[in-house]
Design a protein around this ligand. Sequence first.
Ligand code: DC
Length: 430
Amino acid sequence: MSFIVAVDGPSGTGKGTITQLVAKKWGFQYLDTGATYRCVTLKLIKEKIKLEDEEKIKKALSEINIEFDGDKVYLDGEEVTKKIREEEVNNLVSQVSHIQIVRNSMVELQRRMSEGKNVILDGRDIGTNVFPNAEVKIYLDASTEERAKRRYKQNKEKGIDISFEDVKKNIEFRDQNDKNSTVGPLKQAKDAIYIDTSNLSIKQVERKVNNIIRKKKKLVDSIENGYKMTPNTPIKKITRAFVKGLLNGLYHIAFRVKVNGVENFPKDEGFIICANHMNYLDAAGIVLCNKKKIRFIAKADLYRFGILSWLAHLFDIIPVKRGKSDLNSIKLCLKALKNKEVIGIFPEGTRKGMAKNVKIKNGAVFLAEKAKVKIVPVGIHGTFKPFSKVTFNYGKPIDIMALKSDDPNWLDNASKKVMDDIIMLTKKED
Ligand code: DC
């Protein structure tokens, strides 16, 4: 299991310092992604490769060997920790980092270096591009004035003679370049936590970041360890029947429910039900308005909250971790299908996926093929407004094995066929 912390932001926000302190505190590996671009820049300088010479850059990238050992950075076996911070690299690195093939290669390297580990990475596009599913995303920022002050002080300490005004202009110029670049632009990820460090000390920022990590780690650990399938004891079965009956009654009071086509369900074998997804109430309707026990796949976070967690356990909902291929949940599904159980999946992967034009997920077809079971499409029609009509139209089972072929796109094509059947069924009102 890996835990990724992505720290992005412009230069002069204290990213490097904070990230190293936090890495030490949590025992995480620290990956300075800026250093990877600096290594490429140094290699291009050493080998006198022009930035326009794509072929030579490609070759250099295919041969490059970048390694980190604690604070030390190695390029092709030579220690370059200090060299990559020298003026000639400083002057060129921004341009090099905006070359598409360089970016592709470094993003791949950064992902490879982080594989299966707990890592904290600092950079510009970590939360948006390198690890869009990072467990924690932080965007550090500070006013231009403050960042210029910090850089000016650093320069003075290093004996570099440059006026405060020039330092500020350089920062403004670089910010514009970084934010407007078409290649790996500096941008805050939508789900990143923003911290303005202008008036904060290093200690204060470190504390804030540590608190964010602590909370997320607790949550991730609780999901990892918290979900245990509770056995289907007689008491659980009775409780489930009672709760299902009660909720079914409430559902029928809230909506005028019509269910068509249950005779299409395959007999005496496991199968997968695939539906369109508009609302949380559609999954509830499928589970409650069916004699058969249907186990939906839902995001693992459901198991965190009191009553929802209790219901998830009671109805044996199969948890899946978002944005990752979750081996554990695949195993649970296959085991259930082998036991002739019925599993519910929304191929859109999200609510109102069709309207959002999302790519249809092919998890359901993948599972059906592995377990050699059929998929029953269901089109749900309704607004879910109180007392309105909601119709569940179950269609003919789709034999996935018959759709399997040597075509490398067969999974996508079969998933599209499932979704097309669902859409057709949503149009049948009665
Ligand atoms: O953080 P730094 O100053 O060492 O970064 C060196 C350069 O690399 C800088 O111009 C920004 C760029 N960079 C990038 O484009 N993407 C990253 N993930 C990290 C750095």
